[in-house]
Design a protein. Structure first.
Length: 437
């Protein structure tokens, strides 16, 4: 029964996990080509705001049955997008980077869903654009690439076609004026006024802490057969990733902010963001360094001779040794536990105590030949009747003899099946033989 309950709980957990969407704060995906003047990038910003009304109240009356969506797309021709590009470039320059955003497309999607105990508002903003001026210097051997542009953020309002998309409270002001009237000017402002377009944590995480791998596919002579992009022909591809918990990056956890509101009822406003993620690829082999406080990557077409490490700082060999040490510790702990368990286990004598057995000879000589056969019996049991086999007891028991006696015909009578048949009776006349004899 307990196993069935465990399996049911496990299956339910898998269903919940598979059906739940993760709420990422910021995700970056960029591919840098040091041999080109521009390279593509994309940023995905997401945040979820929960408005909880456990005791009902005005917010419950307004929200628990509501659901709506607001979405849209705009390119660099839109005045709001142009202001956003200027704001992003200003932030990049303040971070010490010389790169800049030259083109941008903005997509946004907001979704409010009311429920009986809370209402959630999902905010999603996608920026897809082009990065330029990231090459600092270049020669025949190496290209120095600027990597300090990663923290694309802005705290300014961003208005696209009349919709303010960067501050969570703005959509409530436009779509839910009653809710805005309850929450505005309270402790909820500290949560609802935090900008959505924020990638500061991606910049704060040094790239030396990111995972690093390089792909040598570009230098494979047969790679062209498989549709290899000509832009990486003759080059390796370097890849940096961040976002998972590790010894170097530390433990990545959700960022959650919560505050209580006292109005007609007690309400809770909560903001949830998961850890940021980053994926940056560069054509060539990238070696990280710092120049005047700015993170850079020195990129060469191929890795240095004899380079075989797939992660900066010899990370894989560290993991191998770490896993070996953990396995050894686990083995030692297992043997210590087993030894203690055996010592604590009290098992008494089972079966016949060998000290109570005595041997005796059962064979006899035959001519000049003597065998060495023997048996063992209890030392304090001289009566063979007590130690003879069950088979002998069943063969010689009174009940067996009685059974055999019952099977024998009484008074010379023939067994059943051998009785005389009609016409075979013994002649009654004395001294005469039947006719024919």
């Amino acid at each position: 029964m307990s196993k069935a309950i465990f399996l049911a709980i496990l299956l339910g957990g898998l269903i919940v996990v598979s059906s739940s969407s993760f709420v990422w704060a910021a995700q970056i995906d960029a591919r840098i080509n040091p041999n080109a003047e521009k390279s593509p990038f994309s940023y995905n910003y997401q945040k979820t705001i929960f408005i909880e009304y456990p005791n009902g109240g005005k917010l419950f009356d307004e929200l628990h049955e509501k659901e709506w969506k607001v979405n849209g797309t705009a390119d660099a021709a839109n005045p709001g997008v142009q202001k956003l590009i200027a704001s992003l470039n200003q932030k990049i320059q303040s971070d010490g980077s010389h790169a800049r955003v030259s083109d941008l497309t903005v997509s946004y999607d907001f979704h409010l869903k009311g429920r009986s105990i809370n209402t959630s508002i999902d905010y999603k903003i996608l920026l897809e654009g082009t990065l330029t001026d990231y090459v600092i210097t270049k020669d025949q051997v190496k290209t120095i690439v600027d990597m300090g542009w990663r923290g694309m953020s802005t705290n300014d309002p961003v208005v696209i076609d009349g919709v303010e998309i960067n501050l969570p409270i703005s959509i409530l002001k436009d779509k839910e004026p009653v809710v805005y009237g309850v929450l505005s000017g309270t402790e909820a402002d500290s949560i609802l006024s935090k900008s959505i377009i924020n990638a500061d944590f991606i910049l704060e995480q040094p790239m030396t802490n990111w995972h690093f791998l390089f792909d040598p596919t570009g230098i494979n002579v047969d790679a062209g057969r498989f549709g290899l992009d000509q832009s990486i022909s003759g080059f390796v591809v370097s890849k940096w990733t961040m976002g998972e918990s590790s010894l170097r990056e530390g433990r990545q956890v959700e960022r959650e902010f919560e505050t209580n509101i006292s109005a007609d009822q007690n309400y809770v406003v909560r903001s949830v963001q998961s850890s940021d993620q980053g994926n940056i690829a560069a054509i060539g082999f990238g070696a990280l360094d710092v120049l005047d406080g700015l993170e850079i990557a020195g990129i060469t077409p191929t890795p240095p001779a004899g380079y075989a490490t797939t992660s900066s700082g010899g990370f894989p060999i560290t993991i191998v040794y770490g896993m070996s040490a953990m396995a050894a510790i686990g083995g030692i702990a297992f043997f210590i536990f087993s030894n203690r368990a055996l010592k604590n286990q009290k098992v008494g004598q089972q079966g016949i105590d060998p000290s109570k057995l005595v041997s005796y000879q059962t064979s006899a000589s035959s001519g000049g030949y003597q065998t060495n056969r023997g048996e063992a019996q209890l030392a304090d049991d001289s009566d063979y009747a007590k130690t003879r086999s069950v088979y002998e007891e069943s063969q010689n028991s009174p009940s067996s003899i009685a059974d055999e006696t019952e099977k024998k015909p009484k008074g010379g009578a023939l067994p059943k099946g051998f009785e005389s048949q009609p016409g075979s009776e013994k002649p009654k006349s004395k001294g005469t033989l039947p006719k024919g004899f």
